[in-house]
Design a protein. Structure first.
Length: 277
């Protein structure tokens, strides 16, 4: 009976992973996001079902999410580059400050308990959901200088907030770049590239911190679950290419609203689970 239950759990694990990977990859390409806002909650609930140590549930979900974002964002960026929608200057002058935020944010996350990370995730998700629901497309472009001070402050904040959440940060960086007058396609493509930087340093940070804390989680290296990573990658990289191409053909405002509602649902579920752990 135990063997059958374990087999069923493994089958459930694989099916849910494959299904979840489809929207994760598509939205990664469509909005320039890494998909972590979708990946982290689903990984959390799957790991919880598989009886992973509750002390490190969120850490494993976040670390694995970052690992998944790396190849997904590469495909997304390369596709956006074909449409000439990636500004290399943004990556060079903004990315370094993002890295500093990610490194400190990863340390911050490693020292937090799962319940604290859940609350942090829920609060930020509610904030982002509200922002997306209220955001209106500008009818008039106002070009503002994206100066060094802005890059330091916004870069550090986006990196620091992204680290405990396992996200690529584009849900913050796209609006930031839009505010400074970049076109929506340049903002999405460049944010996807910045998302790769966040994911790379975030994944390394969670791998090292998980090893340092001797979490010893099953089939994992540090706070990165290997089976989840391997199951997600083929689907997310394929869907990211479709999403990135679609981004240059459709009006994203309505999808943006639906995504905002989705974040509200995720935030509510997480708060409910927080009260019951």
């Amino acid at each position: 009976m135990i063997e059958i239950l374990e087999a069923n759990n493994i089958l459930f694990f694989i099916i849910i992973m494959l299904i979840t990977a489809i929207p994760v990859g598509f939205f990664a390409g469509l909005f320039g996001i890494g998909g972590g806002l979708i990946t982290v909650p689903f990984l959390f609930f799957i790991f919880e079902t598989l009886n992973i140590d509750k002390q490190y549930l969120m850490h494993l979900a976040v670390g694995t999410s970052f690992a998944i974002i790396i190849p997904t964002s590469i495909v997304s960026v390369l596709t956006h580059k074909k449409h000439k929608a990636v500004d290399n200057n943004i990556i060079k002058t903004y990315g370094v400050y993002v890295i500093s935020g990610v490194l400190l944010g990863t340390l911050f996350a490693a020292l937090m308990q799962t319940k604290s990370l859940m609350v942090f995730f829920s609060i930020v998700v509610y904030f982002l959901g509200t922002y997306l629901l209220l955001l209106q497309e500008k009818t008039k472009k106002i070009k503002k200088k994206f100066g060094i001070y802005h890059k330091i402050v916004f870069g550090f904040i986006s990196g620091f907030v992204s680290a405990p959440m396992g996200i690529g940060g584009a849900v913050m960086n796209v609006p930031i770049l839009r505010y400074f007058g970049y076109s929506i396609n340049i903002a999405i493509g460049s944010a996807a590239a910045v998302g790769f930087i966040i994911a790379l340093f975030g994944a390394v940070g969670f791998l090292v911190s998980g090893s340092f804390l001797k979490a010893n989680l099953p089939l994992s290296v540090g706070f990165i679950n290997i089976p989840a990573f391997l199951i997600f990658i083929p689907v997310t990289t394929f869907m990211a290419r479709i999403g990135a191409n679609t981004a240059h053909e459709i009006d994203k405002i309505k999808l943006q609203k639906f995504f905002g509602i989705f974040l509200y649902v995720i935030g509510t579920i997480f708060l409910y689970r927080y009260l019951n752990i």
